[in-house]
Design a binder for this molecule. Structure first.
Ligand code: PLP
Length: 368
């Protein structure tokens, strides 16, 4: 049996006909950049996330940048974020000229550990970026408490956690601004690149809209230094269609995760993902931990099962951040996770048969 790591084909098939006809409309209207399809998607996405504003942009990385840039983050500022995240979280800070400052993750949620943050705060600290890793929200109340006490911003990187819940509330509206990614493999994916910033702050939303379009809200009149971070019309149209299925696809991901957990629970030598009592996990990834991870990955691959590593090198040990002066063992939880994490096949239409096959092979490996 072959089990791919992810499979977009069945999702694409669900919207294929509608997508082709809306794309034809966009061609006929030549509304290739922003336009009605994008505005309609922004309204629907904001509603789905119970947040006032959504500004659709060109990628999640650009959304990471805009969320900090619009707040005036600049050279000399420091931005605290988890060491175990995708590199793009850090680009948000570095593109502003600011310095990323890393903190370790919680051993169970794998999200930034609120207890590890205060020691990182200096007079230059301007923001904390909480990444909702793998589809599970960070401990936002505790993070907000620290941010308020120290008078710094709290930002969410929600690239992996569309419609995830924290204490019954949607991710994306629970901080000053949040960034989302619509990279094709994310829980909500475009037919290309895409991202969004969400916020409840009217002024900030206005500014982000201008920054994404050359610092302008009137053609050729530029209030701010800006950039071209606009979303394409075709992406807005496709995302609008897919958004209608997001709840159903998310429930299927949760059912697949529950099935994995049911079959694997109690298996010695592997650690399963835990859903924290405060939230609802949307399982962008189902990540297990095992000591001889590389061997298991190879064994599964030989048996037709593709898996992923999220992420094999934490940010503080990346070559590009050598100048920041971090060392091995600075963040033990993040480093253990990097060495032991293995992301199992996960997509809404994964079958019970496929999940059983993956679990059988894992158990077979562990016996051997
Ligand atoms: C995917 C991702 C991003 C970047 O999104 P792109 O759309 O690929 O630019 C940022 N942060 C996290 C945590 C991600 O997983």
């Amino acid at each position: 049996m072959q089990v791919p790591f992810t499979d977009l084909k069945s999702q694409n098939n669900v919207i294929r006909e509608e997508a082709l006809s809306t794309i034809a409309d966009i061609i006929d209207n030549s509304s290739f950049i922003l336009g009605k399809a994008v505005t309609d998607f922004e309204t629907a996405f904001a509603k789905a996330h119970e947040v006032k504003h959504c500004i659709a942009v060109s990628s999640g990385t650009d959304a990471n940048h805009l969320a900090l840039w619009a707040h005036g983050i600049k050279a000399g500022d420091e931005v605290i974020m988890p060491a175990n995240t995708f590199i793009a979280t850090a680009w948000g800070a570095t593109l502003c000229g600011a310095k990323p400052v890393f903190a370790d993750c919680h051993e169970k949620s794998y999200n930034i550990d609120p207890e590890k943050i205060e020691e990182k705060i200096t007079e230059n600290t301007k923001a904390i970026v909480a990444v909702h890793l793998y589809g599970q929200t960070a401990e936002l109340d505790l993070l907000r408490e620290i941010a308020e006490k120290k008078n710094i911003l709290l930002i969410e990187d929600a690239a992996q956690s569309h419609i995830a819940l924290y204490k019954g509330k949607k991710a994306g509206g629970l901080s000053s601004a949040a960034s989302f990614s619509f990279y094709p493999g994310k829980n909500l994916g475009a037919f290309g690149e895409g991202g969004a910033v969400t916020t409840n702050d009217d002024e900030l939303a206005r500014k982000i809209k201008m920054l994404r379009d050359h610092g302008s809200d009137k053609k050729y009149y530029h209030k701010y230094h800006g950039h071209n971070y606009r979303m394409e019309g075709i992406q807005g149209a496709v995302l609008g269609l897919k958004l209608k299925h997001l709840e159903a696809w998310t429930e299927k991901r949760r059912a697949a995760a529950a099935k994995y957990t049911e079959v694997l629970i109690g298996t010695e030598r592997i650690i399963l993902p835990e859903e924290m009592e405060y939230g609802k996990h949307v399982y962008h990834l189902y990540v297990i931990r095992i000591k001889n991870r590389d061997k298991l990955q190879k064994f599964l691959f030989e048996n037709g099962i593709s898996t992923g590593l999220h992420y094999p090198v934490p940010l503080h040990l990346q070559e590009c951040f050598k100048n920041l002066g971090y060392c091995k063992n600075d963040f033990p939880n993040s480093e253990t996770l990097a060495n032991e994490c293995l992301s199992l096949p996960m997509f809404p239409d994964i079958s019970d048969e496929q999940i059983n096959y993956v679990c059988d092979k894992i158990k077979h490996f562990l016996k051997g």
